[in-house]
Design a protein around this ligand. Structure first.
Ligand code: SF4
Ligand code: SF4
Length: 182
């Protein structure tokens, strides 16, 4: 093959490759995009298992937890804790604190399965949870109810009911490697 023939062969192959690429580009340019402008646009994530959270009862708008400890005893990651006190009104057990350490949660759903009142769920829309501190990932499930001052969070307590096991402590922050560039 002479140099001239080789030259025109390479020019032809380059042009053919360019045309093929442009045709693919034009074909996809007419299709509906499969991407979204996140975080301005969000898509529903079917079957996504978000962090554990409390169900909000449709009628009372309150949580459904009766502080029975079943989820605490079942959790294989030991990442849940609750505190309960005695109601000053009728002596019944009242939930006063409920925390989940999301750093340790394996999203196994066992706590949801054992709950006798269906008080727990995976927070489906919360698929982009991010934090700069470990502390923020220990979630206080009662906090939204306290902020709304729901009836169950306003019950006066005498504070002598036994508390459940505490969650595993957050792991210490990894120290910077010696000699690392600052
Ligand atoms: S989903 Fe599993 S690991 Fe997470 S809190 Fe529930 S029982 Fe524990
Ligand atoms: S199993 Fe359900 S009702 Fe019992 S402590 Fe856990 S969340 Fe509350």
């Amino acid at each position: 093959m002479t140099a001239v023939v080789r030259y025109f062969k390479e020019v032809f192959e380059g042009a053919a490759s360019l045309v093929t690429g442009m045709m693919i580009t034009l074909r996809y340019a007419r299709r509906k995009p499969v991407t979204v402008l996140y975080p301005m646009e969000r898509v529903p994530m079917k079957r996504f298992k978000g962090p554990i959270s409390f169900v909000v009862d449709d009628k009372s708008k309150d949580h459904l937890c009766i502080a029975c400890n079943a989820c605490i005893k079942t959790c294989p990651s030991r990442c849940m804790s609750l505190k309960a006190d005695k109601s000053a009104v009728d002596g019944k057990r009242v939930l006063t604190d409920f925390k989940v350490n999301y750093m340790l949660c394996s999203l196994c759903s066992l706590c949801i399965d054992v709950c006798p009142t269906d008080a727990l769920r995976h927070d489906d829309p919360n698929y982009d949870m991010v934090s700069l501190t470990q502390k923020d990932l220990v979630m206080d499930l009662l906090d939204p109810f306290r902020q709304r001052k729901t009836p169950l969070t306003q019950i006066p307590v005498v504070g002598n009911a036994p508390a459940a096991a505490k969650p595993a402590a957050a792991p210490p922050a990894t120290p910077p490697a010696a000699g690392a560039a600052s």
